[in-house]
Design a binder for this molecule. Structure first.
Ligand code: SF4
Length: 294
C-alpha cells in the first residue's frame, strides 16, 4: 500500500528530527481509537525507537480504557516505554467532572477547554505523532503533515519540513532552537481516508477497541460535544456518565451562584437537556452567557 510507505517515511523523517533536535525518541500519541491503533502498527513496522503516550481524559468509556491498558501491557512486554498521563489543572489532579464547575460552563463545540486541559498538555517539548486525518473534519483539512505547536498561543504557527530542509545555516539554527522550545507534531496518516483506515485494520488484522464491534464509529470521550447527536446513544449505553455530567452541572450552577454569575438554569438536568440540544427546555441561556473561567 503506497499510503503505508508514505506514512512510514513521514515517521522516519520525524524520528530523525526528534533524535537530532530533542535527543529523545519520537512519541506515538495513543488515544485508544482506530487511528491510534493504525499509527501504532506503522510505528512498529518503521523500525524506529519510540515511546507511546496516552492522555487519560477521565471521560473515556470503560472499554476504551481497558483497550488502552491492554495495548500498553503488551508494548511494555516488548520493552517499549508507555505512559498514561493523569491530567492536572493549576497544579492539581483534575477530571472532566472537576473542570466543569471550575470553568463555569459545559464544554461546547466552540469552547473545548476540556481538550486543552485533558488531552493537549502532555509531551511538552517533545516531537509527537498523531493519528489526525484530513477527512475527519473541515477543521482538520487545515492541518499539515509536519507542524509546530507553539507553547504560547500568540506564537502559534505552522511550517513544513521543506522549509527546514531549504533553510540556510543561520535560519536553521533559529529553527532548531524554536523546535526545542515547542512541541513538534507529525501526522503520518493525514491523507488516509476512513476507508483506508478500516481496510488496513482488516488486512493487517489490527485489534481495535471492542466498542467498534458494537456499532460505534468513534470511541473518544463519552458526551464529547463534537459528537453531536451521537451523544444520545452514548448516554443510553452509559447512563453513569449522564449522571456524572448532571452532577457536575449542578456543582457548576452552585459555583456560578457563589461567584455572583447569572443563573437562568435551575437544575443540572436543565443544563444537560440544553447541552445535548433539547430545544424545549424553558429559560435557556445562550452560549454567550457562559464564559469559561481561565
Ligand atoms: S470531550 Fe471532546 S473536546 Fe472534550 S476532551 Fe474529550 S475529545 Fe476533547
Amino acid at each position: 500500500m503506497d499510503k503505508e510507505k508514505k506514512a512510514i517515511e513521514r515517521i522516519k523523517i520525524a524520528s530523525e528530527m526528534s533524535l537530532h533536535h530533542y535527543e529523545k525518541p519520537l512519541v506515538c500519541a495513543y488515544s485508544g481509537g482506530k487511528d491510534s491503533d493504525v499509527l501504532l502498527e506503522l510505528f512498529k513496522r518503521s523500525g524506529i525507537p519510540f515511546e507511546v503516550h496516552n492522555s487519560h481524559t477521565t471521560a473515556d468509556a470503560p472499554q476504551t480504557v481497558r483497550h488502552i491498558r491492554e495495548v500498553f501491557r503488551k508494548l511494555k512486554l516488548e520493552g517499549i516505554k508507555c505512559e498514561i498521563e493523569i491530567p492536572t489543572y493549576k497544579g492539581e489532579p483534575t477530571s472532566m467532572w472537576k473542570l466543569i464547575p471550575e470553568k463555569l460552563m459545559p464544554p461546547t463545540r466552540l469552547v473545548r477547554y476540556c481538550c486543552s486541559v485533558l488531552k493537549e498538555t502532555g509531551c511538552a517539548n517533545r516531537y509527537i505523532a498523531t493519528g489526525v486525518r484530513w477527512d475527519e473534519s473541515t477543521a482538520r483539512m487545515q492541518r499539515e503533515e509536519f507542524e509546530k505547536i507553539a507553547n504560547k498561543k500568540k506564537d502559534k504557527e505552522k511550517f513544513t519540513i521543506t522549509m527546514l530542509m531549504n533553510d540556510n545555516d543561520k535560519r536553521r539554527r533559529m529553527n532548531e532552537l524554536c523546535m526545542q522550545q515547542n512541541k513538534m507534531v507529525v501526522n503520518p496518516i493525514i491523507d488516509w481516508t476512513h476507508r483506508d483506515v478500516w481496510e488496513y485494520i482488516s488486512s493487517e488484522k489490527i485489534e481495535t477497541c471492542e466498542l467498534y464491534q458494537c456499532g460505534y464509529d468513534r470511541v473518544g470521550c463519552i458526551g464529547c460535544p463534537m459528537a453531536g447527536k451521537k451523544r444520545e446513544r452514548e448516554f443510553e449505553d452509559f447512563p453513569q456518565y449522564k449522571k456524572l455530567y448532571i452532577h457536575a452541572f449542578e456543582r457548576m450552577l452552585k459555583e456560578r451562584e457563589r461567584r455572583g454569575k447569572e443563573n437562568t438554569w435551575k437544575t443540572g438536568e436543565d443544563v444537560f437537556a440544553w447541552w445535548i440540544g433539547d430545544e424545549n427546555v424553558p429559560g435557556q441561556m445562550h452560549i454567550k452567557d457562559f464564559i469559561a473561567d481561565e
